[in-house]
Write a protein that binds this ligand. Sequence first.
Ligand code: GSH
Length: 356
Amino acid sequence: MRKKAYLLVILLLLVTMTLAACGQDSTQEPTQTTTGNQSSRSTLEVVKNRGYVIVGVNSKLPGFGYLEPDGSYSGFDVEFGRALAAAIFNDPNAVEFRPLSAKDRLTAVQTGEVDVLMRNTTWTISRDTSLGLNFAPTTFYDGQGMMVRKDSGINSLEDLDGARIGVQTGTTTELNLTDHMRKLNVDFEPIVFEDLDSVVAAYEAGSIDAWTTDISGLASRQATLADPNAHKVLPEVMSKEPLGPVVREGDDQWYDIVKWTIFATIEAEELGITQGNIDSFMNSDDPVFRRFLGVEGDLGTNLGLSNDFTVNIIKSVGNYGEIFDRYLGPDTVFNLERGLNDLWTNGGLMYAPPFR
Ligand SMILES: N[C@@H](CCC(=O)N[C@@H](CS)C(=O)NCC(=O)O)C(=O)O
């Protein structure tokens, strides 16, 4: 009898551990850490003393964050790292990029390994409130999609009954997939991978029927498949994935600097200020332009930066629309529509609070 009770306790423990592993923990989110001594130090001071900002990025997502064969980084997310360096140092190259996997990226922010994360990271309430992190404005509004081979006969998520679906650990993708398919009552076999290259390799090899991630990620990697035209993204969007920069909690000034760097790119687009024409606005009489460009007022020094930080950003990387077009627009293989990422004045969600 005692042995039975003992076995029952062991069994209960095992069940609890398995449930924990299948819940939030299965996404391998880091646990809460105190920001400790990080929070008492000014990140801006640390960055200035170091002489460059350390930005966590993706290295495997062409168009968003990609390590080029020559060792340089390119992409939409990466460019906001350069914008931040320009805002602080008036030098877009005063930045060191650190490649981070999905699984390690949030821990790298918590521990101070990076000053900011700019890597296709979804803003969720649990990440925002339980991990000691803060999310800066969304730079790319996305949603989760599913890629299949065109000749698979699969035309909707419902057709995936019995399918093997590849997904990456440490992402929102993993939980969304389970939730969404349960709602649709579709039975599938999740095949969980540690990194994106393995997901894509398994898909190319035909050992999984489909793979899922943010639609931006699907578009990015579709372009690198052996025959991009042999694949399609199903029409259903499974979730909301607002992607943007992440900083540690506890340093409001740093959080503000990252926020207003992003906003500066959006505001510049709204005002029609580009990398090419910015000089023509420097003598404007319009107080809106004068304040934004730091010709008058103290908007920059209030942040701990120079008043012309916006000018340094736009001269270095251009406005939001220029950044988008350079990496993702009609002249690129991705040819992504602006959609939700258009300015609010064009029906999108890109909206900067007033620079006043
Ligand atoms: N936005 C989602 C997914 C982000 C994510 O990490 N996606 C994968 C698939 S596109 C990725 O970038 N993997 C690259 C890697 O880990 O090397 C999240 O924040 O969890």
